[in-house]
Design a binder for this molecule. Structure first.
Ligand SMILES: NC(=O)c1ccc[n+]([C@@H]2O[C@H](COP(=O)([O-])OP(=O)(O)OC[C@H]3O[C@@H](n4cnc5c(N)ncnc54)[C@H](OP(=O)(O)O)[C@@H]3O)[C@@H](O)[C@H]2O)c1
Length: 287
């Protein structure tokens, strides 16, 4: 436990629900490892309490805040400034409070990009098949388009994929192809793809026997990323490994988004491995 003094700086996370969040353990481990006089707390904030919570962080001088479901979009109207990526995505997961001036950032999608780059994978010029068009897909699709990848987005509800492709086309040259998530389109989307990214919740507990991609379509030339981190090794990742593909699990994205927020609040390089170990332990993944 950090020892709390009169000078301790407060960070935290707001969401509903909040009990499952890994952020408190990751950030408190990082503060402790670097000897920083900060503490990170979970705040259960319901939709109707959001304006009061944001006024409260100004009043209480909370220096840094993470924002999770269901507040990532609604919080925008309550902030003073948005950094460009958060503005494009229309979603904020990190707030920096500088003397009452609140700036909204998005570190979710940069966390995904950092997870790729930390494994030596640069999306520029790559063909990427994205499964899903929900909240997480939106950020990931934007950042991959910005990084110069060409995208195919498949979603069960095709209108959501089409909407996302149109939003991306407003900012970037290449419009992603948007199709229904069907076996035929999975095969078509994988043809010539370098990277496959699952952003759907298929394969997450309790449905660990499900996979969004038939194993026979996987091949050794692919990098397969699954942003689901519960379980750590999803059926998709197991089958991708068995097919000889490189794999990246969802925990890397989760920890990198936290590490990037940590750096904005403290100005210090985040201790990534310590944050990851704290999350691994809290999730019960320790061997
Ligand atoms: N690693 C990380 O840091 C991180 C960060 C954020 C989220 N996640 C994980 O990513 C997943 C998605 O989160 P989200 O916030 O994007 O959720 P969301 O906004 O609710 O979107 C869910 C997506 O999954 C699709 N989907 C759900 N059930 C499906 C099924 N049975 N078959 C096919 N498609 C299905 C939805 O398709 P429809 O549009 O057709 O409903 C939609 O595209 C969750 O498992 C979450 O835990 C991980």
């Amino acid at each position: 436990m950090n020892s709390i003094t009169g000078k301790t700086k407060i960070c935290g996370i707001i969401g509903d629900p909040i009990e499952h969040s890994m952020s408190p353990v990751m950030h408190n481990a990082a503060f402790q490892a670097l000897g920083l006089d900060y503490v990170y707390l979970p705040f259960h904030v319901r939709r109707e309490e959001l304006p009061g919570a944001i006024a409260g962080i100004r009043a209480l001088n909370v220096v840094g805040l993470n924002v999770t479901i269901p507040h990532k979009e609604a919080v925008i109207l309550l902030l003073d400034k948005l950094e460009p990526l958060a503005e494009k995505m229309g979603a904020v997961n990190t707030i920096v409070n500088e003397g009452g001036l609140l700036t909204g950032h998005n570190t979710d999608a940069p966390g995904f990009l950092q997870a790729l780059r930390s494994k030596g994978i640069d999306p520029e010029g790559k063909s990427i098949l994205i499964l899903g068009a929900g909240g997480a897909s939106k950020g990931i699709s934007f950042i991959l388009a910005e990084a110069g990848a060409s995208l195919v987005i498949l979603n069960r509800t095709v209108t959501r994929a089409e909407e996302l492709a149109s939003q991306i086309a407003q900012y970037y040259h290449r419009r992603p192809e948007a199709l229904t998530l069907s076996e035929e389109n999975l095969a078509r989307g994988l043809d010539g793809a370098d990277i496959l990214v699952n952003t759907t919740s298929v394969g997450m507990v309790p449905y660990v026997n499900q996979t969004p991609m038939p194993a026979n379509l996987l091949n050794p030339n692919l990098v397969v990323c699954d942003i689901v981190y519960n379980p750590l090794e999803t059926r998709l990742l197991k089958e991708a490994k068995a097919a000889g593909a490189r794999t990246i699990d969802g925990l890397n994205m989760l920890v990198w988004q936290g590490a990037l927020a940590f750096e904005k609040w403290t100005g210090q390089k985040a201790p990534f491995e310590i944050m990851k170990q704290a999350a691994v332990k809290a999730l019960g993944y320790e061997k």
